[in-house]
Design a protein around this ligand. Structure first.
Ligand code: 5GP
Length: 348
């Protein structure tokens, strides 16, 4: 008989953060910078741990230039050529500290990753991204990449449960990407019926990772700055954003004009659009598990970044955390049935 886990699992919209007595006078007193020493690479990180997703509409070089100024991080998507990488790295040496080069498990991806890391030694982070981080093949791949790059910091995923977080860390990954089915343009839950509520996934995976001195990224599902704060509150070391950073000047994707309004195309990396663009169509054995949407054009990403960072600072003042590091220790989630007052219901 199939097993049913009756324990309640939570998403961002199921909770709010409970305010707590605080001595902080203003948001400006809050320090969002974090420092980590990674378990396997032994490298040090200092920065604001928000990451632009390695999607070709989000993790662009243009995005990295702006995010780098705020000491945010960009997982550069895997579809830039070596030449494009070299050109970017000569012109923007300051950005290189806060970005990762991405790869899937295909031999051609790995070959390209090796060439990039060899040509640009300042790039110290590798993002190994597959839709399903549970396969034995992926675990072997992580071990192989760790052997080839003993000093690079490896991000790997995606998974949603503690035992797999542990396995990937013990296989050489430093930071585990957590999230299946929660992405804004992800259709895995509909197509495959597989997933895990993001807030619970983060809490459980952070616990498993931290026990081994590893780290996690909460990847997917954030729709507003409050969700980013909740992910940090749940124990995420980093939070990765796709949809919230889509639709800007610096986001990739076509700018469309219709009836005087501007939109940018945003799509999942396994959507039909992405597969046609890069793989010449959807492979027969797999369904497309990503959607395509038109996002109203939002202008410069700088404004959105200020909004997100302002939101997290505000959270920290409400719960009495002078530093982002203290946020999870100061977090009590309250389960709720409503997030917002729906009277003007366009505002959500
Ligand atoms: P968002 O911040 O938009 O909610 O989620 C971004 C995350 O969605 C990405 O970092 C990635 O993990 C996931 N994602 C991106 N493209 C696809 C896709 O085509 N299918 C699925 N299942 N997930 C995707």
């Amino acid at each position: 008989m199939p097993h049913v886990d009756n324990e309640v699992k939570l998403d961002f919209q199921d909770v709010l953060l409970r305010p707590k007595r605080s001595t902080l006078k203003s948001r400006s007193e809050v320090d969002l910078t974090r420092s980590f020493m990674f378990r396997n690479s032994k490298q040090l990180y200092t920065g604001i741990p928000v990451i632009a997703a390695n999607m070709d509409t989000v993790g662009t070089f243009e995005m990295a230039k702006v995010l780098g100024k705020f000491s945010l991080f960009t997982a550069i998507h895997k579809h830039y050529s070596l030449e494009q990488w070299k050109e970017f790295a000569n012109q923007n040496p300051d950005c290189l500290e806060h970005l990762a080069a991405s790869s899937g498990t295909a031999p051609s991806d790995l070959e390209q990753l090796e060439q990039i890391l060899e040509a640009i030694p300042q790039v110290k982070y590798i993002c190994l991204d597959v839709a399903n981080g549970y396969s034995e093949h992926f675990v072997e791949f992580v071990k192989d990449v760790r052997k080839r790059f003993p000093q690079h910091t490896i991000m790997a995923g995606n998974v949603v449960t503690g035992e797999m977080v542990e396995e990937l860390i013990l296989s050489g990954a430093d930071i585990i990407k957590v999230g299946i089915g929660s992405g804004s343009v992800c259709t895995t839950r509909k197509k495959a019926g597989v997933g895990y509520p993001q807030l619970s996934a983060v809490m459980e995976c952070a616990d498993a990772a931290h026990g081994l001195k590893g780290h996690i990224i909460s990847d997917g599902g954030c729709s507003c700055p409050g969700d980013v704060a909740k992910a940090f509150g749940a124990g995420a070391d980093f939070v990765m954003l796709g949809g919230m950073l889509a639709g800007h000047t610096e986001s990739g994707g076509e700018l469309i004009e219709r009836n005087g309004k501007k939109y940018k195309l945003f799509y999942g990396m396994s959507s039909e659009v992405a597969m046609k663009k890069y793989a010449g169509g959807i492979a027969e054995y797999r369904a497309s598990e990503g959607r395509t949407v038109e996002v109203p054009f939002k202008g410069e990403v700088e404004n959105t970044i200020r909004d997100i960072l302002g939101g997290i600072r505000s959270t920290c003042t409400y719960v009495g955390a002078a530093k982002l590091k203290e946020l999870s220790r100061r977090t009590t989630f309250i389960r709720v049935t409503q997030q917002v007052n729906p009277i003007f219901s366009d505002e959500s």
